[in-house]
Write a protein that binds this ligand. Structure first.
Ligand SMILES: Nc1ncnc2c1ncn2[C@@H]1O[C@H](COP(=O)(O)OP(=O)(O)OP(=O)(O)O)[C@@H](O)[C@H]1O
Length: 589
């Protein structure tokens, strides 16, 4: 709307000064635009256009209707009013309207009563009116800014390099941590939290030395004692600091990562300040905003970018912890890892200003750097379906292909078994010898494979590529342990987890469904089968949840199909996060 408003007006204003105007523009050049503003100009444009309306020259009708629309006219009027208001630079007639009102009241009391005087007195005494005058005076006197304490008169010459910083703290934390310098014992600002009050003020930096807090000298105090002073303070807090000579500049670009594990700061004994920690779960997308510290990064969740950042362990630190853990513990997959406190952190004694500190235990962390999948990477990709056996992965895939065979297709798998009479090589399977199959396996050309009744079965990367080359979306099942193999720059897989619904719904929806096991074909689901399915689904989610791009609960088959279609559509059309290596065209795969 804005550019639309500006363009015609801008052109007309220019043409106003131009020497060779077409007739139409010459007529417009007489527009008293400075007085009538944009709505005046619009009126003139409409007059012009009305001449061409009946002929609909080059879509004039459309333009006419648009310019004639009441909302645009109303908008322009608002714009004009605002412009007018801006130029006026309003100044209050008096900054003491309340006093004036009192004086009037006194005069009215002395005057002989009449109905008008009575009414005026009532108006002046009404609480809303009084409140309005109070608000008026506050604005007129600019009395809304915090009162800063006066600067001390007797500042010694040696204190010239000091800075006095006043921050107004309401109920939010200040967003900084402090520590004691191990040699000098000085109390320093250790870390400024991105997006916090201190960072937004731009007045305190990591490395600044605290001299006084609210007039109390911090010399010789413990960080805890400083925290206590701060905890007791509300409203304006005054810091006297010796500024760090080189305030750190955060020049790194933001990166996005997908968390590969859960992290609970409350359970991490090493975090410099527990309250400043950012808890996250597997699969969460984090925006890393500060990597200045090699051990503790600052990050926000992409789902809550308005929030202040929190501390998370750097990749390097997590790997270190992980290594120490593996050396000290017997292997226990998917349990909470509890590193000992032996990891020697830098001698930080960080405390979040005005809050408490530190405690125990955490989990492994790795992360994957991400890039938002922009248009150039979106394309017909590979869609993998994952789910516990019997949940309906095959059924959904079949339905999808049946719904639109020209868009969706499975990759033709390889097998070492002999073809049946009605089968054709390359249609149901690629029939190959055991040696050929094994050579594909060993040269990592198989996405997934397994043995069934003495024969090998599997899907090759080439089979998937063949589908993609046809411009179709390749849909296939995958065992979760094969996800990592499939996550390549070339395939850019989109992984959809098919999840069973709750037991009651499953019993109902699978009443007539049949399963196929290694030994039986077409037998009904038993309660144990459904329980096992639920259990397996939970395990898959815990172990591989971070790789799932989308989750669909397969309760009602039709609903699940519809959800699947819309999820795939969305994945094709909308940007989503993918590993950064997939986004760079020159990365190896
Ligand atoms: N939403 C549903 N409602 C009712 N029946 C379903 C539903 N989804 C799947 N089924 C039925 O459940 C049975 C098992 O489904 P399917 O063969 O697709 O399982 P699967 O996940 O591929 O398991 P496996 O990997 O062991 O083959 C089939 O008979 C299928 O028709």
């Amino acid at each position: 709307i804005l550019s639309f408003q500006k363009m015609p007006a801008g052109r007309m204003i220019q043409s106003d000064q131009g020497p060779d105007l077409p007739d139409k523009d010459r007529k417009l050049s007489t527009a008293p635009h400075s007085k009538d503003g944009l709505s005046g100009l619009l009126r003139l444009v409409l007059q012009e256009l009305s001449l061409f309306y009946s002929r609909d020259v080059n879509g004039v009708c459309l333009l006419y209707d648009l310019l004639h629309s009441p909302w645009l006219q109303a908008l322009l009027k608002v714009y004009d009013c605002l412009q007018e208001f801006k130029e006026k630079k309003l100044v209050p007639a008096t900054p003491h309207a309340q006093t004036l009102s009192h004086e009037v009241m006194e005069l009215l009391c002395e005057s002989p009563t009449s109905p008008e005087i009575q009414e005026l007195r009532q108006i002046l005494q009404a609480p809303h009116y009084k409140a309005l005058l109070r608000a008026h005076d506050t604005v007129a006197q600019k009395d809304f800014e915090p009162l800063l304490p006066p600067l001390p008169d007797n500042i010694p010459a040696s204190e010239e390099a000091m800075r006095i910083v006043c921050l107004v703290k309401n109920h939010q934390p200040l967003g900084a941590t402090i520590k004691r310098h191990e040699l000098t014992g000085d109390i320093l600002v250790a870390r400024v939290i991105h997006g916090g009050l201190v960072e937004r003020s731009g007045l305190l930096f990591a490395g600044d030395k605290l001299v006084e807090v609210n007039g109390v000298s911090v010399e010789g105090l413990d960080p805890e004692q400083v925290i206590h002073i701060l905890a007791m303070s509300h409203g304006t807090i005054m810091f006297k600091v010796v500024p760090v000579s080189d305030p750190p500049v955060n020049s790194q670009k933001m990166v996005h990562v997908r968390a590969m594990t859960d992290y609970w700061p409350q359970e991490d004994p090493d975090i410099p300040c527990m309250d400043a920690g950012l808890p996250f779960q597997k699969g969460d997308i984090l925006q890393i905003v500060d990597q200045n510290d090699s051990l503790w990064w600052q990050a926000r969740k992409i789902s809550d970018l308005a929030a202040c950042a929190g501390l998370i362990p750097s990749n390097h630190l997590m790997k270190r912890k992980q290594r120490e853990f593996w050396w000290s513990q017997p292997y226990k997959p998917h349990t909470c890892l509890k590193p000992t406190r032996s990891i020697s952190m830098e001698e930080e004694d960080d405390m979040k200003i005005d809050e408490k500190c530190v405690e125990a235990d955490e989990e492994t962390f790795e992360s994957e750097e991400l890039a938002e999948d922009k248009e150039e990477y979106v394309g017909q990709g590979q869609k993998f379906f994952i789910g516990p056996s019997g949940v309906g992965v095959n059924e959904l895939r079949r339905q999808l292909i049946a719904f639109n065979p020209s868009r969706f297709q499975s990759a033709v798998p390889h097998t070492t078994r002999s073809p049946k009479s009605y089968e054709m090589n390359g249609r149901e399977y690629h029939y190959v010898s055991k040696e050929t199959f094994e050579s594909l396996m060993y040269s990592h050309k198989m996405l997934e494979y397994g043995e069934y009744k003495g024969n090998l079965y599997g899907t090759s990367v080439d089979a998937v590529r063949a589908v993609l080359d046809e411009g179709k979306i390749c849909v296939m099942d995958l065992e979760p342990q094969d996800i990592q193999v499939a996550r390549t720059h070339e395939l850019k897989p989109y992984v959809i987890f098919i999840k069973p619904s709750n037991m009651t719904c499953m019993k109902q929806s699978r009443k007539n469904a049949k399963i196929m096991t290694d030994y039986f074909v077409d037998i009904k689901f038993k309660d144990e089968d459904l329980e096992e399915m639920e259990d397996l689904a939970q395990k898959m989610e815990t172990q591989f949840g971070q790789f799932f791009d989308h989750i669909i609960v397969n309760d009602n088959l039709q609903d699940a199909c519809a959800q699947l279609l819309s999820a795939i559509q969305k994945a094709q059309e909308e940007p989503h996060w993918v590993p950064a290596t997939w986004a760079s065209s020159d990365s190896e795969y």
